[in-house]
Design a protein around this ligand. Structure first.
Ligand code: AMP
Length: 278
């Protein structure tokens, strides 16, 4: 595995790979890697000749009162995990943006609800860094976890709208043994917070089970979900159309998604699940 520290080297390496006809797969991350990230690499590996994993904590996607400065880091552990899961290139730059960088990418229609409502500017930061990373790596496809369901929707729209060569490949959400969605931020949780964090997925599963038993009224499903939750603050719990991300009142034939974001102590966690027709 080659460790790449500058974007100039990344571009040169990607150009060389393209010239020799290699198919480039890409997994962008913010590091402190876990089995959820590894699953993305495992999905990408058989479908590419060059697997690039990036580790970059992107300041553009953090709000002023968010956890940018304390975001967990473990470069050595990340390198070991990437190597073990077949990465050819670990792109770990100190800086990603050239002097005078002045471009911002925004997909407002999909960015203002759910996580975007409480994290203004977050998805603009995500879209901007991914547009840059997709450009630098010349990736044919990028595997992105459905743990960040809204992010997948935003980036799909962006790549289609801009005609980028990089296709978005969604990957299933990976959970820990207690059902909590794996997340680098789980390391912030105290024992009590971790125990209560398990109520987030339980709320979503309770809603899904009720839908399977025939409840289609979204208000009733959300009431059930809220009753199952034990958090310090609920940011949102919603059921939306899986494609448009617009809130719906009744489950119908179209795929829908139940999503939640909840705060435990100082930690904000997200989770989501398919609900109703699949
Ligand atoms: P992050 O490092 O949190 O920015 O995540 C990098 C990529 O890993 C994103 O595509 C995430 O959706 C994905 N990811 C993070 N946690 C999980 C998980 N538990 N299951 C699947 N994918 C995940």
């Amino acid at each position: 595995m080659r460790l790449v520290r500058t974007y100039q080297e990344m571009e040169a390496l990607a150009d060389e790979a393209l010239r020799s006809g290699k198919r480039i797969g890409f997994v962008p991350t913010m590091g402190y890697l876990h089995a959820g990230h590894a699953s993305l690499m495992d999905l990408a590996r058989p479908d590419c000749d060059l697997l690039v994993v990036s580790v970059y904590v992107n300041p553009l996607q953090f709000g002023p009162s968010e956890d940018l400065t304390r975001y967990p880091r473990d470069p050595e552990g990340d390198a070991r995990l990437c190597e073990a899961h077949g990465a050819d290139v670990l792109f770990m730059p100190a800086d990603l943006y050239p002097d005078g960088f002045a471009t911002h990418v925004s997909v407002p229609e999909l960015s203002s609800t759910l996580c975007g409502a409480s994290r203004p500017g977050h998805f603009d930061g995500v879209a901007t860094v991914c547009a840059r990373l997709f450009g630098l790596t010349r990736a044919d496809f990028a595997v992105m976890g459905e743990k960040d369901f809204q992010q997948v929707a935003v980036l799909r729209r962006m790549t289609e709208d801009l005609g980028l060569r990089t296709r978005i490949v969604p990957a299933p959400l990976i959970r820990d043994t207690d059902g909590v969605a794996l997340s680098s931020r789980n390391t912030y949780l105290s024992e009590d917070e971790r125990r209560r964090a398990a109520t987030l997925h339980r709320a979503l599963f309770a809603m899904r089970d009720a839908a399977e038993r025939g409840t289609t009224d979204v208000a009733s499903l959300l009431e059930l979900g809220r009753a199952a939750l034990d958090c310090d603050r609920l940011d949102y719990l919603e059921i939306v159309d899986a494609a448009s991300l617009r809130a719906i009142d009744v489950l119908g034939d179209r795929p829908a998604r139940a999503l939640g974001a909840a705060i435990y102590g100082r930690t904000r966690l997200i989770d989501n699940i398919a609900i109703g027709a699949s």
